[in-house]
Design a binder for this molecule. Structure first.
Ligand code: ATP
Ligand code: MG
Length: 205
């Protein structure tokens, strides 16, 4: 089974990915907990050029072109699928990924890139069985990660995150594997919402 967690910054993806991995492990499954960008050389390049390439990288877009940015994310993902995701699924393991190509669609689309091009670019990526979209108002997510953010850039970050949230919700209408989870609830309640859907899926398999 291949499971993905998506959502804006601070939505609770990493928290829920960890809890979900523990849930499967407690039931005797072999779990691979992974994330994007990955820790491969491509992922490191993304962190250097896009994410930490100055705060402007995160806020106004990378120093590189938006297209180059999208291609880098796709290259990282190609390695992720080829070296880790597909082999792990073939070995019968449960794979849980903290972000996947839906992040590229939501964020790069918010940068102004063409959605169809982004979808085509990511067509190689093996489809997950289920994607949990942790949805919550930007105000709440930014409260949760307040200490990580830069006050002076608050408005710009807020506006980008608002657009990304909107995009995620539009994507959820296009991709039936995406399930919207109310991430406003406490950690335990969000976890229980996720488990309820996982149990349904396991019942169907
Ligand atoms: N349901 C919740 N209610 C309140 N706080 C939460 C909840 N879930 C997570 N948090 C807290 O919010 C912060 C962000 O959570 P987390 O790191 O899991 O988010 P994330 O989606 O992985 O963020 P990022 O996209 O930046 O990696 C953490 O301090 C976490 O403890
Ligand atoms: Mg995280």
């Amino acid at each position: 089974m291949f499971i993905v967690l998506e959502g804006i910054d601070g939505a609770g993806k990493s928290t829920q990915a960890r809890l979900l991995a523990e849930w499967f492990e407690d039931r005797g499954y072999e779990v691979v907990l992974t994330k994007e960008p990955t820790d491969t050389p491509f992922g490191k390049l993304i962190r250097r050029l896009v994410l930490t390439g100055g705060r402007e990288g995160i806020i106004d877009g990378a120093k590189i072109s938006h297209e180059a940015e999208a291609l880098l994310f796709a290259a990282d993902r190609a390695e992720h699928v080829d070296k880790l995701i597909r082999p792990s699924l073939d070995a019968g393991k449960v794979v849980i990924s903290d972000r996947y190509f839906y992040s590229s669609l939501a964020y790069q689309w918010a940068r102004g890139l063409d959605l169809e091009w982004l979808i085509d670019l990511n067509r190689f990526a093996v489809k997950p069985d289920i994607v949990f979209l942790l949805d919550l108002p930007v105000k709440e997510s930014m409260n949760r990660i307040r200490s990580r953010k830069v006050k002076s850039e608050f408005d710009k970050i807020f506006e980008l995150q608002r657009k990304v949230r909107e995009n995620y919700l539009k994507l959820a209408e296009m991709f039936p594997e995406m399930k919207i989870i109310n991430a406003m609830e406490d950690v335990e309640t969000v976890h229980n919402q996720i488990i309820a859907l996982i149990e349904t899926l396991l019942g169907e398999k």
